[in-house]
Write a protein that binds this ligand. Sequence first.
Ligand SMILES: [Zn+2]
Length: 856
Amino acid sequence: MKRLFLVGLCLLTTFISLAQSTLQHPDQFLGYTVGKRFTPHHRVLAYAEAVAKKFSNRVKLLPYGTTFEGRPLMAVVVASEKNMTRLEEIRTRHLQQIGLGAAPTATSSSNNTALPPIAWMSYNVHGNEAISSEAFMLVLHDLLDPANSVSQKILANTVVILDPDLNPDGHDRYVNWYNQMSGTTPDPSPLAREHSEPWPSGRYTHYLFDPNRDWAWQTQEITQQRMALYQQWMPHLHADFHEMGPESPYYFAPSAKPYHEDITPWQREFQQIIGQYSSRYFDKNGWLYFTRENFDLFYPSYGDTWPTYNGAIGMTFEQGGGGRAGLAYQKRDGDTLTLRERIDHHYAASFATLESVADRPADVVKNFNSFFQKAQNNPVGAFKSYVIKTANDEGRIKALRKLLDNNLIRYGVAGKSQKLTGFSYQSQKNEAVTVETNDLVISAYQPKSTLLKILFEPQSTLEDSVTYDITSWCIPYAYGLKAYGFRERLTPTPYPTAATVSPASLPANGPKPYAYLVRWQSAQDVQFLAGLLKNKVRVRVAERTFKQDNQSFDPGTLIVTRAGNERLGERFHQIVQQEAAKRGIRLIPATTGFVAEGADFGSGSVFSLKNPRVAVIAGDVTTPTSLGEVWHYFDQDLEYPVTLLDGNALPGSSLAGIDVLIMPQGYNYGKIMNDRTLTKLKDWVQAGGKLIVMERATGFFVDKPDFGLKRKEEKPEAKKEKTDRKPDADETLRQYGEREREAISEETPGSVYRVDLDRTHPLAFGYPNGYNALVQNVYDYDFLKDGWNVGYLRKDNYLAGFVGRNAKAKLNNTLLYGVQDMGKGSVVYIMDDPLFRGFWYNGKLLFGNAVFMVGN
Ligand SMILES: [Zn+2]
């Protein structure tokens, strides 16, 4: 009886609540209580779609693309009925106010009603931090709840944009795996397999990039699509929801130091406001949290910093849990952390954030607008203009323009020739410069001025050395540009779109050239070469400088002769011209193989390239992001086939047929790199294979028989000095509380060094202005005794970024790029990461050299 009565009561309550509103709770929609299990991406979106359908007066969907694996990307706008009817007006007038929209028309400019601030909440950028998408459903539901007074206030005063899942491929990788691992009752024991997510984990994008390091560079298609939408709205606030290790409680703003120096007083003040609002929600429930630790505001490509450098209040939230925590996880203190608790915390932080904006909408809008006023009239930074030399640098300029366009940074050309004095990024001194008519000019007087300044600052000011990420990202160094900063304001003229290269403009009729020449200068040239080789075109390369028709050609110049390609018939010219057009390459036709100076095209020092079959070691011996960079490079940049070979299969598999084998960075090679595997690799190299070993993978070849890699030996005098010298008092009296800071004195979290190059070696082709490396480790490799030391650091090669005081000396006289010839093959050692996050543009050519140029 009693039971029947209860069921009856439940049904009655459900009926009443349904009658009051047709707003379906996620529990009802999903068929389980939120937090009972993980919800796949398509169900999360289906809930948003169902809600939007019923509440089109307050909810609008903004589909913005598709992931590589075909999952839809979508943001959800929630606003009051009044604001929803004028949503497009809010958006366009907002953009006009900050200088990023079209000029106001007569009708729109007469409209002076106040605009509400836009608050953007990003959930689940890291796929295995999967609680965020669950919290999203509760936030969406409760924002529409007429009985919720906080929601009423939020919608009355703000426009809310929710992105339920920034990285659906990663999210589903995690959720599908977890759902396969768990039984009827979650096992909280940390030993259970449901807490050991396998390599590569759901954190990353399809190509194993970290999407929360990609905001500025936009190498991943999910980022590109999202940023296009984001910049159509330019929200006043951006909150980025994450998870950290399961033993930590919860983190919210204010951020840890360092703060970038260009973060405004208002943005700093709002960090405190967020802390006050969040702590109020957490205190009420008795939940633990911390602030001002670990998560800083410096590196510009995060989900908190990039929005901050774009005028917004940017912040990160971190819940303890992540891929390890599953549905329930027993912590060291004995407490069990449940999925529902984690969701509730993100839910509370979401409402705290939205409320903090809703309580002061006019202040938020005013300060945001003044950020952009200042940017356009009185920009931050010493340089008021930047000039990039464009002559003979089409590839790099094209890549730079794409980066600027993706960030809505405006630029043009000088429009006239003039002599000025400016700061040279390469020499780091003021120099006389002739600015040419077609040089690219970026004025600091523009809406995106702060972001521009930060991306171009030659040295980023670090108020605290303990940071989470690289400390230099300076674009002229990363892109290898000849760049100058000026204290005077230069006004660029519009970039001549028609003046872009028209490579297919070779005479259609008339004699076909004897050869096509292509200068070897940038990543696009590698793309072009890969396209030719994939199409079985034979390509030759000049090992030395030559002159023809009064033009000088550097080593590395591609010489695509008719000779050797006869079997392609007329298709030869078609393929070459099509590939050039596709990549924007300038073809220089040559009518003869005879040169004025240097080696003729038929000479032995003009070598032929192979069409190599490339394999890369994948799987849990490698670091996911490092493998991802190589994979993405071949598959997306070059569109050149690459075989991903599981490292665990290496000892047992034949390498026959593979010409190039790449070992990306990895810490776990130890389990496969036994003597047998080393012998196998050596035999394969000696028979003609090329092994490219990167970053920490190089450590597994040190002191191994026949591999010439050695650590630097400490000089006897230095050793003696160390033992003789009495330690300073402050060295012996170490403070426990300073241990983190002390550890960093031995390291560099990512700084920039000018590399000394042997430019005659094919690994260094294409770098007449040198190469700047991003140094992330303290390499201690000696020069090769029996091999080519192609790139190295001497004594004064430091350019930018933080290097610990003890690390600086260790980086002197260090090998960075070495090539060891072995039998018919070769081993290429690359100690740094020239493909770093896919954004260190200038390294893509170096890596292309390793793959295609070395060893021919
Ligand atoms: Zn995260």
